[in-house]
Write a protein that binds this ligand. Structure first.
Ligand code: TYM
Length: 344
């Protein structure tokens, strides 16, 4: 197994990132490396320049994100932890893949539509070609599994389409005339109970670092008082909690809070409702807040320690990038060769 996934180092790590992706990164790190596989986790800093950004902030939040990931349990001795900017093969392979990706495929990407909004003409080219870079990120390493939240599923499907078309169009044949695929088709791994964690202010929008309201999300760096206050103010409704999951239909805010509880406690929605069914939010919210404080406090403490030592964080990225460069090199060369590009 070869597990590959990335996160943009913009803003804070929030509960959506943690429950949707990072928890699975940590889990897979243990299972996969114990069985001789590799896990590569990277900061998608090249993706981050697709939106307006402040360079000094990007550099600072890249280091903060390394500290946050290590605090969550990513072990740089077990996983390859790096940033794209130190592995030029990501950008090189992206260019090679832009010959295969089709305009029609990119035109269907919902993230471009969401992020460009009404200002499509003013959006950056990087925002448009972003999913091709994401395909390069995983195809470069022959990823077999990609742990992500549901919002990345469409990008992963595109990566599979690009890999398949490239293999069909350009893969070399062996002496028996059989295609020798250049790329592996990656599988997304999406946690069923936390595929899409919603905003605390609006049960129809996902929790996101780009939401202007900090009250819409729990950051992994929030202290106990902030977490309690955010949960207390979280949008809910006037009804009591139902005793089964069916009763959450049409109640997106209630469903989201119960989902967060279940994911965080490592149990099911049904189990949470069997405990809290019939209770109002006056009882459920403090219980949820306390659970979050209890689970996030150790992460927060480690994060505060780790972020102080910038030299150590840079060393983690340097070491990870050297490993990633060597793991990616054979596939990059195979892609150049398949396309007929002469490399000396
Ligand atoms: P990003 O930085 O937006 O998010 C990182 C991870 O967190 C997940 N996530 C969520 N999961 C559940 N509920 C939410 N509210 C929520 N918000 C975020 C995301 O699905 C993601 O798994 N384009 C990617 C980064 C990337 C990447 C890649 C990922 C670049 N190249 C290659 C996988 C493979 C992104 O912007 O994620």
């Amino acid at each position: 197994m070869r597990v590959v996934s990335g996160i943009q180092p913009t803003g804070n790590l929030h509960l959506g990132n943690y429950l949707g992706a990072i928890r699975n990164w940590v889990k897979m790190q243990e299972d996969v490396t114990a069985n001789g596989g590799d896990c590569l986790y990277f900061l998608a800093d090249l993706h981050a320049i697709s939106m307006p950004h402040v360079p000094a902030d990007l550099a600072a939040s890249t280091r903060e994100m390394v500290a946050a990931l290590v605090a969550c349990g990513i072990d740089p001795d077990k996983s390859v932890l790096f940033n794209q900017a130190q592995v030029p093969a990501h950008a090189e392979l992206q260019w090679l893949l832009t010959g295969t990706a089709r305009m029609g495929w990119l035109n269907r990407m919902t993230q471009f539509k969401d992020k460009s909004g009404k200002n499509r003409e003013g959006a950056s080219i990087a925002l448009y070609t972003y999913p091709v870079l994401q395909a390069a990120d995983v195809l470069l390493y022959q990823a077999t599994h990609v742990p992500v939240g549901e919002d990345q599923k469409q990008h992963l499907e595109l990566a599979r389409d690009i890999a398949q078309k490239f293999n069909n169009d350009f893969a070399p044949k062996n002496e028996n005339g059989e295609l020798q695929p250049v790329f592996t088709l990656p599988e997304p791994i999406i946690p069923p109970e936390a595929a899409r964690i919603m905003s605390l202010r609006d049960g129809s929008a996902k929790m996101s670092k780009s939401d202007p309201s900090d009250m819409s999300r729990i950051n992994l760096t929030d202290d106990a008082d902030t977490i309690m206050a955010k949960i207390k103010k979280a949008k809910s409704d006037a009804d009591v909690l139902p005793s089964d999951a069916k009763g959450l239909e049409g109640r997106p805010e209630a469903a989201s809070l119960v989902g967060i509880y279940a994911a965080m406690a490592g149990t099911s929605v049904a189990a949470v409702l069997s405990e809290f069914g019939g209770d109002g939010f006056g009882r459920f919210k403090p219980a949820l807040g306390e659970l979050l404080v209890e689970k996030l406090a150790p992460i927060n403490t480690r994060f505060i320690e780790l972020r102080q030592d910038q030299a150590a964080l840079d060393a983690i990225l340097r070491k990870g990038a050297a490993k990633a460069r060597s793991l990616g090199a054979p596939t990059l060369e195979a892609a150049y060769a398949a396309l007929g590009l002469v490399r000396g």
